[in-house]
Design a protein around this ligand. Structure first.
Ligand SMILES: Cc1cn([C@H]2C[C@H](O)[C@@H](COP(=O)(O)OP(=O)(O)OP(=O)(O)O)O2)c(=O)[nH]c1=O
Length: 584
């Protein structure tokens, strides 16, 4: 059985079917696959004229369905999938793509087109491997099945249409049900018509998860191996699944992705600096020349930047020239969850520091002086951060990340036992507001430097709420406000070990038995089996600060040494994990 070995390979992985199709659910359930269903919100409105073949449209739609769920789950479901499966089925006849009919008349038109003719059914499938060590991989393929309808009388057509069966099916028919009466022959995979090419899917999974020595010898149509479609060579136009050369002939895709990683980052940073996403939101379907004028750049440079943004899934294919849902959500400057500020910080501060990563590794110190020509004490009291535009940019960055991570951190634990929290170094209050929303009985005092407190009105102009108050002070030099829960979001990871001990010792004195600290940090995964972001963040601390990221075991030891016990860790699946520990 091709599938049995693959099933065992998937055990323990979070598999998600990004489809509302009951047929796909049934097909995968019947083979004993363990998976969750999270229907995709991707609107199936890609411009068909931009695709040179119907199967390309089906594959791209399947990929976008899977991507949407993979990117939404950590934020909305607070869990990260390991594998997301997207699929899209289309019927084509005489070169026209038929999707689900919009009404009975449309169903009549479709079925009349199909009457007495052979047509093709294409199902595109995308398998998104989210937690692979080398980052996100997409394996996509399609399957074609030929179907011939008998000559359909008007009476038969309308009797079938009035059964209601056509309405939620591509081409307006269901071969597995009443629609089977319309069919003279099927050449190819029957389940592919129903909506999921099961055999091809199993072969792809085998190619991904079973080493050649383990797997029964089988050739998938075309060539061996399925790899990241992102590295698929563009000149390929083969009928059948999409491939690149098998790994032993080409570069391992994770090396290729890493080689190009910095270019992808810089593409995102540059597009944000030029406010490309704001310009494209203002007038959808903008032509490149007009976009170039609006962002004040050359036409040739703009064209390549936009093409690169499309390849990174930030923009829809050009011709529509419009933001993807995620670009609208996170990359335009004024959206509620905009990461624009953080991205500018990455471009203007983190990028120059990472340029000196080798020196940081050799010396074991941050590279502020090489990058910006200044020594630094505790980072955020340094003169460099006193310049208004630099401080405002940094606050923008912290504000935008707090907005994106705040909900996940605030909902990580049941905090109903606490009345007053102090958000130590709480910056603009974005995290504090998430805590009072998640815990209505809680009030939060945001404690931060006077200059930070003065600037808060830039960030939360409308959101006045009595449960959030602001107190100016220096958490190293001044007394901490009285509270029974102390929140420290991305504070300890900036500090030297000595500063960490100084601060935790102070918190321990401020806490009576039953009080607690809640840390929001990127927790290192000792087993190194999860996404590598935490280890990238650990290098970020090396180049930027005197601090570092820590594992759960290290936090446990550190907190216990300052009288905090009963530590619990919540891996939120977002940028930040949450740690709660109680004063003994
Ligand atoms: C041709 C044909 C299609 N279909 C169904 C399969 C799909 O469910 C549907 C094609 O529409 P799709 O957009 O592929 O799938 P969907 O809308 O049902 O679900 P989702 O988008 O959430 O993945 O048509 C049949 O059930 N029988 C058939 O014979």
């Amino acid at each position: 059985m091709v599938l049995i070995p693959v099933i065992s390979k998937l055990n323990g992985k979070r598999v998600v079917l990004a489809s509302a199709s009951p047929r796909r659910l049934e097909i995968l359930t019947n083979i004993g696959l363990q998976f969750e269903v999270v229907p995709s919100w991707f609107k199936e409105t890609l411009d068909k004229t931009l695709f040179k073949a119907p199967y390309e449209y089906a594959v791209e739609t399947a990929k976008q369905k899977a991507l949407e769920v993979a990117q939404r789950m950590p934020l909305k479901h607070l869990k990260t999938p390991d594998i997301v499966i997207g699929a899209d089925t289309v019927v084509t006849v005489d070169g026209v793509i038929l999707e689900k009919p919009i009404d009975k008349q449309d169903a009549y038109q479709m079925l009349s087109r199909l009457s007495g003719k052979e047509h093709s059914v294409f199902t595109g499938v995308a398998i998104l491997l989210c937690n692979e060590r080398e980052g996100e991989l997409t394996v996509d393929f399609y399957e074609e099945t030929k179907v011939k309808f008998a000559e359909l009388s008007e009476e038969m057509l309308w009797e079938y249409i009035n059964s209601g069966e056509p309405m939620d099916k591509a081409g307006g028919y269901g071969i597995q049900a009443l629609g089977g009466m319309l069919v003279e022959y099927v050449h190819g995979d029957f389940l592919n018509v129903v909506g999921f090419p099961l055999n091809h899917f199993c072969k792809q999974l085998s190619a991904i998860y079973i080493k050649p020595s383990e797997s029964p010898t089988h050739k998938i149509k075309g060539e061996d191996s399925a790899v990241s479609a992102a590295s698929r060579t563009s000149e390929q136009d083969m009928v059948g699944p999409s491939y690149t050369k098998s790994n032993n002939e080409g570069l391992p895709h994770n090396i290729v992705d890493l080689l190009d990683g910095f270019k992808a980052s810089k593409t995102l940073f540059t597009a944000c600096r030029l406010k490309v996403f704001d310009v494209l939101r203002a007038s959808e379907g903008l032509r490149v020349k007009v976009a170039a004028e609006r962002i004040g750049a050359s036409v040739t440079g703009t064209e390549r930047l936009l093409d690169a943004a499309v390849s990174l899934g930030l923009l829809h294919k050009l011709g529509q020239g419009e933001n993807t849902e995620h670009a609208s959500q996170f990359l335009v400057t004024d959206s509620p969850l905009s990461l624009h500020g953080y991205i500018l910080h990455c471009n203007n501060v983190v990028w120059p520091l990472f340029t000196h990563l080798e020196s940081a590794v050799r010396e074991g110190t941050n590279q502020q002086e090489r990058a910006f020509g200044k020594k630094t004490g505790y980072l955020f009291q340094d003169g460099y951060f006193k310049k208004d535009e630099v401080e405002m940019q940094f606050l923008n960055a912290m504000h935008s990340t707090a907005k994106v991570t705040g909900r996940a951190v605030a909902t990580a634990f049941d905090l109903s036992g606490f009345k007053t929290a102090c958000d130590v170094g709480g910056c603009t209050g974005a995290m504090a507001y998430e805590f009072i929303i998640a815990h209505p009985g809680l009030s939060v005092i945001v404690f931060d430097l006077p200059t930070v407190i003065e600037m808060r009105s830039h960030f939360l102009p409308g959101e006045q709420n009595d449960s959030v108050s602001f107190v100016a002070g220096d958490f190293f030099k001044d007394d901490l406000p009285k509270a029974d829960l102390y929140i420290l979001a991305r504070i300890l990871h900036d500090c030297s070990d000595e500063k960490v001990d100084e601060l935790l010792s102070k918190l321990s004195k401020a806490c009576t038995t039953g009080c607690a600290v809640l840390l929001a940090e990127t927790v290192l995964d000792e087993a190194k089996t999860r996404a590598s972001r935490a280890y990238m963040q650990s290098l970020n601390m090396l180049v930027q600060t005197e601090g570092r990221e820590r594992s759960s075991a290290q936090y446990k030891q550190l907190l216990e040494s300052h009288g905090f016990s009963r530590m619990r860790v919540c891996h939120t699946g977002n940028f930040l994990d949450a740690i709660l520990a109680y004063k003994q």
